[in-house]
Design a protein around this ligand. Sequence first.
Ligand code: FES
Ligand code: FES
Length: 161
Amino acid sequence: MIIKFTLNNMKKNLDADPSEKLSDVLRDDFGLLSVNSCCNTGRCGGCTVLKDNLPVPACMVRMFSVRNSSILTYEYISTTTEFTSIIKVLEAMGCNFCDFCKHGKIITIYSLVQSGVQLTEKDVYEALSGNICNCTDFHSMAAGVRLIVNTIKRGKRAERR
Ligand code: FES
Ligand code: FES
């Protein structure tokens, strides 16, 4: 089945099995190895990508549902200016992520930043609840995420003046 979709802002027509997992296609057909294949059951968040700007575990997405949608992976997100701001603030807050969770967490944080809404600590907690990690100080991370969102919002307001 030919599946048309956008991958990292480029149009694709892929002949794929509609029941195949998006995570396998991204890794095997496109060499996007930032998409980790860990639990393969939707529980760890290691394979998180943005599907139509929402974070989803790619191992739970079948190719038939990718038709006409937009998929963004860490490879694309790491080229954005928001990414640079996210990394700077997280490093300043002492949040260093391991290779197991880093890509998925950054993608989720990027989507929060993109939403541009005022976030509470609970919002950040809920958004990141799909990205399993017991080793980062959550309060520092939540403070960092809220700081990034507010900094980027202030920057956009200043641009408009
Ligand atoms: S590999 Fe997809 S959520 Fe764990
Ligand atoms: S820092 Fe990666 S799992 Fe906790």
